[in-house]
Structure formats: C-alpha cells, structure tokens
Ligand binder design. Structure first.
Ligand code: DX5
Ligand code: ZN
Length: 216
C-alpha cells in the first residue's frame, strides 16, 4: 500500500487551511509539514502555532519534518500543536536514541531523516526504535528541486535490511517526486511518497495524488 504525503511547502501560504481541506478532498493520506529554521537549511517556514492553527482543518496525520539544528527543543511544542509523526534529521542529533524516546513519550510516532550524502549506517542502530525512515532525495531546504538518482540504490539497500530483520518500518522518500520518479522509488522499496510541486503544480490535485499512488 503506497501512501501519499503532499507537502504544504508548495501550498498557498495565505490560505493554508483551505489548502489542507483541498488535499483531504483530493485523497491525501497525510499532510507533510516542512519545518525549517534558517540554520540547518537556508529557509524559514512554520512553527508550532501555525501547526496548532491548522489542526482544526483535518483529522489526517500531521507528518512534521523537522529540518532544524535543535530538534530536542521543538519536539514537545510540535507534539502539543498536533503532530502525529515527528521526523528528526540524523545529522542534527548526536543523541538520536534519546531523541527518539523523547518523541515517543509525547505520544507521537518517531522517524529519522537522512540527507542524500548521509550514509545508512547513521540509522543502523535505531531501526528497532523508529516508525519510519525518511530518505531525502534532494538536499533539503526548498521545493521543486531535481531528484538525485543515487538515492534509489540507498532506498533499495534500506528496504532489504528492513526485510532481512523483519522490521515493519515505513520508508518515506522526499524531494523531486513526480510521474517519472515515483515508479522508480516504489520499485526501490519506498511506501510513503512526499510530493510538493507535483501535487500543487498539477491542474487536478486528485488526479496527481492518484497517479503517484498508482505509479509502477
Ligand atoms: C525539501 C522538503 C520537501 C519539499 C518537496 O526540503 O523537505 O518536503 O517540499 O518538494 P518537491 O516535491 O517539490 O520536491
Ligand atoms: Zn519534507
């Protein structure tokens, strides 16, 4: 079962509530919320108050992707704001095991993200602690970037390792996902696809989400 997590980074920021309603009507499986701090990545987006304000618009899972240098300070505020799943970057977390426990203590699901150049070995010791691994297929910071093809082999190696260890961990991919790349990442083992520009840039959002979900 492939799930689609549209990223509201590509939404109209003046109408976020309406945009989320539209995503729900178009069949989105979850809402991907890209949190950027202007330090870990060169861009700024949403804080906990924005997420709390959006919570009333849908019951869909809020998938909060933290691209921030100090994730430990933001876990509780985002959980209180309504995050159902919180993803931290391995590159920002020297005490990754503790951070994942902290996320789970809030009642939220816990995930780790890896930048394109970060090796899988960074998450090897926490695969039993996570609900999901996010493999970035662009360098994070902006929507609309080009998919990095070397990520396909990385996805396949991680899926193989998860299967070998019989772990039910979701494998999410984020960045440059479209009609051309979706079949490739699904074949490599991803089961949750984040898509920003491919959903918001499409003439028909519902058709775009269905196309990504059924890509093979
Ligand atoms: C990149 C973000 C992505 C981004 C994806 O820093 O993490 O979630 O919104 O956008 P597209 O699908 O346009 O590459
Ligand atoms: Zn993201």
């Amino acid at each position: 079962m492939i799930r689609i997590a549209p990223s509201i980074l590509s939404a109209d920021f003046a109408q976020l509530g309406t945009e989320i309603k539209k995503l729900e009507a178009a069949g989105a499986d979850m809402i991907h919320i890209d949190v950027m701090d202007g330090h870990f990545v060169p861009n700024l987006t949403f804080g906990p108050p924005v997420v709390a304000a959006l919570r009333q618009f849908t019951a869909l899972t809020f998938d909060v992707h933290l691209m921030v240098n100090n994730p430990q300070d933001l876990i509780a505020p985002f959980a209180r704001a309504g995050a159902d799943l919180i993803t931290v970057h391995a590159e920002t977390a020297p005490h990754l095991n503790r951070l994942l426990q902290n996320i789970k203590e809030t009642g939220s699901k816990a995930a780790v993200a890896l930048n394109p150049a970060t090796p899988l070995s960074m998450v090897e010791e926490v695969l039993t602690e996570v609900d999901m691994i996010l493999v970035m297929s662009v360098n994070p910071g902006f929507g609309g970037q080009k998919f990095i093809p070397s990520v396909l082999d990385k996805l396949a190696r991680l899926r193989h390792e998860l299967d070998k260890r019989k772990l039910t961990v979701d494998l999410q991919v984020d960045g440059g996902i479209n009609a051309a790349t979706a079949p490739q990442v699904i074949a490599a083992g991803a089961n949750i696809l984040v898509a920003g520009s491919a959903v918001f840039g499409a003439p028909d959002m519902k058709a775009a989400i269905a196309m990504l979900r059924n890509a093979e």
